[in-house]
Unconditional design. Structure first.
Length: 150
């Protein structure tokens, strides 16, 4: 059970938090939309962390009561699972990196295929090599490659 000074301190902190929230809410109408959305997301994140802290308090109190009753505990029981959590959380990151590598290789291959097709078309065409050096021919290629507006 909490002592009276601790309870009073928490009540004072909650009262100050409510006053700050009210003050911030008053000025929220003057802010741009993107900033208000970031503020909303931050508030929700802070509230979820607060709720998570409140849920963890009974577990910590139960562990403390075990220690006071003379029961020996070796910890919260999740120390061995930490490396499993790290491994499992790394799997999506590795999948993302692999996907980006495959995507990059695929787009490089597509670009290479396009350049190869253009080179093949130019080399197998029936034009003499001197035509490629002609400035008029280069202008013709530029205008014929441009989309036709209708």
């Amino acid at each position: 059970m909490k002592t009276a000074p601790t309870l009073q301190a928490e009540m004072a902190a909650d009262r100050i938090a409510r006053q700050i929230t009210a003050r911030l809410s008053d000025g929220e109408a003057l802010l741009p939309y993107d900033i208000t959305e970031r503020l909303r997301a931050s508030r929700e994140r802070a509230l979820s962390e607060r709720r998570r802290g409140l849920r963890a308090a009974p577990v910590q109190a139960a562990q403390a009561s075990h220690a006071q009753n003379g029961t020996l505990t070796l910890g919260s029981g999740d120390e061995g699972g930490n490396w499993w959590r790290a491994l499992i959380s790394a799997i999506p990151v590795l999948a993302l990196i692999a996907g980006l590598v495959v995507f990059n290789a695929r787009t490089d291959q597509v670009g290479l295929n396009e350049v190869t097709e253009v080179d093949t078309a130019l080399l197998t065409d029936d034009l003499p090599p001197a035509a490629y050096a002609d400035p008029g021919f280069i202008q013709y290629l530029k205008t014929s490659a441009a989309p036709v507006e209708r």
